[in-house]
Design a protein around this ligand. Sequence first.
Ligand code: NAD
Length: 479
Amino acid sequence: MNIKNYINGNFHNPIKNNWIDNYNPSNGEVYGQIPNSSKDDVENAYKAAKSAFPSWSETTLEKRSRILIKISELLEANLQRFAEAESKDNGKPVSLAKAVDIPRAASNFRFFGNAITQFASESHESVGQNAINYTLRQPIGVVGCISPWNLPLYLFTWKIAPAIAAGNCVVAKPSEITPMTAYLLGEICNEAGLPKGVLNIVHGLGTTTGQAIIKHPDIKAISFTGGTATGAHIAKVAAPMFKKLSLELGGKNPNIIFADCDYDDMLNTTVRSSFANQGQICLCGSRIFIEASIYDKFKKDFVEKVKVLKVGHPSESDTNIGALVSKPHLEKVKAYIEIAKLENGTVLCGGNEVSIEGYENGYYLEPTVIEVPNDECRVNQEEIFGPVVTIMPFNTEDEVLEMANKVKYGLSATLWTNNLKRTMRMSNELQAGIVWVNTWMMRDLRTPFGGVKASGVGREGGFEALRFFTEPKNVCIKY
Ligand code: NAD
């Protein structure tokens, strides 16, 4: 099946007729082609967005809200179809796409459809100076949204929904590795009555299509989620053009477990925070630190639970771990397992590719737990982004805090303890944009989402996102 660009409400082949193969990770086969869109395609998308902007930015909040909520409802009505498409493109279990990815994409539209009706600007009375200031929050114009492959529709819509809710028009590019649900979204937007040109979706490689978006002189803001190296490149290109930038990048998140935690809850959640979506979630807790007094027990119980996770075809209902997203990614993750061994790590379980009957060329890997001798090793410092976690013991709060913070990343951290004072101390000190205590990946869409250090700049979520996608303009009136 061939995917097309969605420009001005219509579906188009790429102008230069360049195409890229689209792979099904569950069997390694090419199952379609996607445009490798050129600068000219991006220009057409930009022009469509530009001409839609005057009318869309003047559309009442109530009408924008109604359209966004309609998109949300249509996604829900097409849950099964979208979940199957997401799974086929990405390798994740259909059950996961059905429970998490697609419902969350629908929630993104519903949430921002509602949020825009509550988004207020501020006023400041300049007391004693006979003046009042009010601050307009005007849409930026045409904005660019670029997203990764791990949670394809979920993260794509996390950007698009606030951008259009705030009155912008969008040129968006999903990952070339997982373009399918973004393609299907175009139909839904038409059906929901989104005016032509408000959302334009161009497909292609980062180096061609993505590059054309970030270099476009009149695309005034870029919201990007992806790898840290790509984020640094985007910043280099976009900063001298004074574009607004939101960068959500990589992570190497600590999962810190104290002996006083609720053990069973911690154990079950830690299996999930390690291996959900094949470990390919930027929030996965890939470095697990366990208080020494419960280390041996944890090691035994955790490995026991991980060993029984079923690696299987994504469409089987009892599959826990589906396929990794691509062959190069599988090779990268396997290479890290070898690096761990060279650095004196002990593979406690997993470590091998899995061959599934009938799908021998799929990209399957066992969930892997590695005991590491110290925190300096590469597998504890570099983002692997696969079903691989490390475990090691710690003795004191200061020691674990130092290790938790001693990486270049700072996206999220998880803390398991019932000690209130420790919770407060550590939450203050952890270098992360998000700290979860006694839970993981519990999301409230109103909260700021993003990281510090090499995990990015800016925050998404709630009014933070609506602020990003608007320009404040202060008006001062003397009376
Ligand atoms: P990636 O950086 O390779 O690609 C992300 C997107 O950027 C893709 O659409 C790609 O085509 C595009 N791109 C690549 N080069 C570009 C360029 N020169 N100009 C413009 N666009 C370009 O990342 P990925 O491999 O798709 O995703 C995995 C990474 O994403 C991991 O590092 C993960 O931690 C990160 N991630 C972060 C978050 C977060 O919220 N912080 C969420 C999910 C994933």
